[in-house]
Design a protein around this ligand. Sequence first.
Ligand code: ADP
Length: 675
Amino acid sequence: MTTPHSQPLAARRPSANSTLRWVLPIVLVLFFLAILIWLPWQARQMESNERQEQLIADTLWVEQTIRFQLGRDEESLAGLAQEIGLGRLTPEQGHDRLGRVLKNGKELLRVVWLRPDGSLVATSDPQAAPVVLTAASRATMELTRKTRNPMYTQPEVQAANPAAAPSEVLMDYHVPLFSGANYLGDLVATYKTSALLDEMVPWWFAQDNQVTLVDRDDKVLARRAAAGPGHGVYTHKRALDLPGASVRLVTDSVKSAPKLLPNLLVGSVIVLSLGLLWSLVALWGHISRRLAAEGALRQQMSFRTAMENSLVTGLRARDLEGRITYVNPAFCQIVGYPAEDIVGRLPPMPYWAPEAMEEYQTRFASVLAGKVTPQFETFFQRPDGQRVPVLVFEAPLVDNHGKQTGWMGSILDISDRKRVEELNRQQEEKLQASARLATMGEIASMLAHELNQPLAAISSYTTGALNVLGRAQDKGDAVDAGLLKPALEQASAQAQRAGQIIRSVHEFVKKREPLRQSVGIQSLLDGIQALIELQARQSYVSYQTNIPPDLPAVLADRVMIEQVLLNLTRNAIEAMQHIPPQRRVLNVVAEYDAASAQVSVAVIDQGHGIPDEVAQRLFSPFFSTKAEGMGMGLNICRTAIEFHGGSLAYSPNPQGGTIFTFVLPAVTVATEQEN
Ligand code: ADP
């Protein structure tokens, strides 16, 4: 079969494979997201590391610069100290030489030469007020004397120092003066800490960083913040290696942590991730819906396949060109061809019987023209030549857009039905024939009696005629035709009557095929009148008919209806046998009902009527209340009437007795035209 349903539809369960199919993309997407989030963080980290390293390098450089400058000053002062120690420098020369040291750089506020008791020998600035050393500075002086090594004092505000602003943080540098082991005093150079920064930190560095000098407790000694305060993100601390003082250089970049780029990156990563997640969820939903729909479809397919395979009705779908697009197994069984031989074929079909080819072609042409016969009987031919009678129902095939795409036909194999019908028909015929014979057996004796009459009459008329002839012969006279003619006419009439009786019996008994024709009720009654009257006379029943002259004819088999009438009239006559003779009246009345276009015929008697227990089994075969009754009469009557598309019923007669009524379709003008 080329149809999809023939493929085995194994129910697919979710396997380990399909789980992997799901897990893998999810893991990959999560991994991708993790990398996306990690990347900007990493970039930021790298950038900040780079800036930090740069700052450290720059700070180192600044520290070196400061150290270098201080080194130069230290060297100059050491040279001076040496000269003083050797006694080459008088106090008068000292003023001038100290003033020259000051020219080394602006960071030096002043330089003084002190005796061991702290009194001034010379100063770089003779105009300035006398020097007053702070306590810390004096302690340092004492220390230098002991250690014989130059030392710095811890920077502080020297309120008593007249050379500086009151809040200025100053730092002294003591160089001890020795002549051999003889302590001569100290050279004291005073530094302005703020000038250290202003003079020694290059401008480009100050532009980007806040530079601070702090002591051991992080107290600010001097600060340079040309570009505003630092942000505290990139900072570096570096101790200035000054003997006796603890001063540290702190740089703090004015740059804040890298922001814009990571923000942009993080933002886009979040948006991208959300988008990705959303599309993943949407995809997931879509796929789940698809899977569900697929499952439902598959289930429906298997249900449909099971249904189609279990059907005994053949199914055949054709497209608008008449090409077969689908057949079910039942159809293949009916026509005896496998689906591969039929599906996709255009007429003529292999199962068309040659003798009905024309019929098929005409029907097919009308199908192509869009006119389909919704139901028809035909027959197909199997490959072995056997003919299969079928009943075909056709309906348009419409797709989900409401557009017709072809035709769907269901085909019933009616071989069995046909066989049964044929068997029934034969049985019925046999039954009718035997019923007719039985009826005949009954009336045969009456017939003998009845024929006696005309025969006796014929005999007496012919005897009379012979007498007339004999007398004329004896006298030698001519025969008197006036005497002879009536006798012979009577004899002839009687002979005809006898002949008619015999003929009607013969007609009635003859076995024949049913033949429908248009017959009048009156002519039907005329045909059997002799037989009815024969029975009626026997039972002293008076027989009357009341048939309107304009009554339409009925379409019927004459003999069958005659037998119905004979049966009903005989039953009626027999029902009246035991009632007073004056009431024994048999009446046959017919009328036409225009609304239903039917002719009804009533056989009315005034007999003993039908009790309830008899009524229940009235139409059952072989039911009879009569000693010699066969019980088939009413059963045959009903079958015969229904065969003609009519119905048989009975009702009690208001005047006593029973009325049996049958109706038959009338032959109207319309039905005449049809025929
Ligand atoms: P049969 O005449 O051989 O008995 P039928 O089938 O014709 O068989 O009738 C069955 C029974 O129906 C009769 O035996 C009779 O009892 C009853 N029957 C039929 N017609 C009449 C009638 N017109 N009046 C009363 N009884 C009737």
